[in-house]
Design a protein around this ligand. Structure first.
Ligand SMILES: *[C@@H]1O[C@H](CO)[C@@H](O)[C@H](O)[C@H]1NC(C)=O
Ligand SMILES: *[C@@H]1O[C@H](CO)[C@@H](O)[C@H](O)[C@H]1NC(C)=O
Ligand SMILES: *[C@@H]1O[C@H](CO)[C@@H](O)[C@H](O)[C@H]1NC(C)=O
Ligand SMILES: *[C@@H]1O[C@H](CO)[C@@H](O)[C@H](O)[C@H]1NC(C)=O
Ligand SMILES: *[C@@H]1O[C@H](CO)[C@@H](O)[C@H](O)[C@H]1NC(C)=O
Length: 188
């Protein structure tokens, strides 16, 4: 009665002792599906002519939201990425908007937070144009794209967009199963 248990325990202990020596890869952060890691976020640029509401729905269908900007570093990194991946697309919906707001504040729809970093293009924000915000390329025919800044648009205006998801941190762990073990990737 006792022996099988003892032997089982001994085998399990040996197994666990062995497992300690199986090297595990360090945790890595990355992006799933067709998202690319940019500025510490997972981004996906969609070159469809959707209005803000459709763009927002499209991002939701991918488990994401429209993107936001938190600081100058992010603007720079996202600008470099857009300029390199979609150099002929000059406008992208962000999650920025002031829908339903009477004041002058803008909000990031994907976080629900008030937007504090708003790198407006010259002459913006033109609140009378609409309630939604795009990232717009400052473009000249001879010099190409000089930079990207925020512009207020009518939310029904069609434009490409960028979806944002958080990066996923994964780690390889050894998991014990009855009679065997397998190597699985876990989401942290
Ligand atoms: C990724 O993009 C490819 C090519 O556009 C598409 O066929 C595929 O369905 C996309 N994968 C996901 C998970 O959206
Ligand atoms: C920019 O914002 C990101 C996300 O909040 C943060 O991780 C990063 O440290 C910020 N960079 C600077 C220079 O403020
Ligand atoms: C585009 O960049 C040029 C040069 O920096 C600047 O003079 C102009 O005001 C910018 N245009 C907008 C709309 O921000
Ligand atoms: C946005 O566009 C729609 C349809 O063209 C129009 O009815 C509406 O008045 C516009 N809104 C603003 C704030 O310009
Ligand atoms: C965008 O890319 C073009 C071509 O590589 C380059 O000439 C231009 O300086 C870039 N613009 C920005 C703002 O990085």
């Amino acid at each position: 009665m006792l022996w099988p248990k003892l032997i089982g325990f001994a085998v399990l202990s040996l197994l666990l002792a062995q497992l300690q020596f199986i090297p595990s890869d360090a945790a890595v952060s990355g992006c799933s599906d067709n998202f690319t890691q940019v500025a510490g976020k997972c981004l996906f640029a969609a070159n469809y002519w959707y209005n803000w509401y459709q763009a927002e729905r499209h991002c939701r269908s991918l488990g994401a939201g429209l993107f936001n900007l938190q600081n100058q570093t992010q603007l720079q990194q996202i600008s470099d990425w857009l300029n390199a991946t979609l150099p002929y697309t000059i406008e992208f919906w962000t999650s920025g908007n002031k829908l339903g707001q009477y004041g002058a504040n803008y909000y990031w729809q994907n976080t629900g937070e008030q937007a504090h970093y708003l790198p407006w293009a010259n002459g913006q924000p033109l609140a009378a144009s609409g309630d939604c915000v795009t990232l717009f390329a400052n473009y000249t025919y001879y010099e190409g794209i000089l930079g990207y800044n925020l512009v207020v648009r009518n939310c029904t205006h069609p434009s490409p967009h960028v979806c944002e998801k958080q990066t996923q941190i994964t780690d390889n762990r050894i998991c014990l199963k009855t009679g065997s073990y397998e190597n699985v990737q876990v989401l942290l």
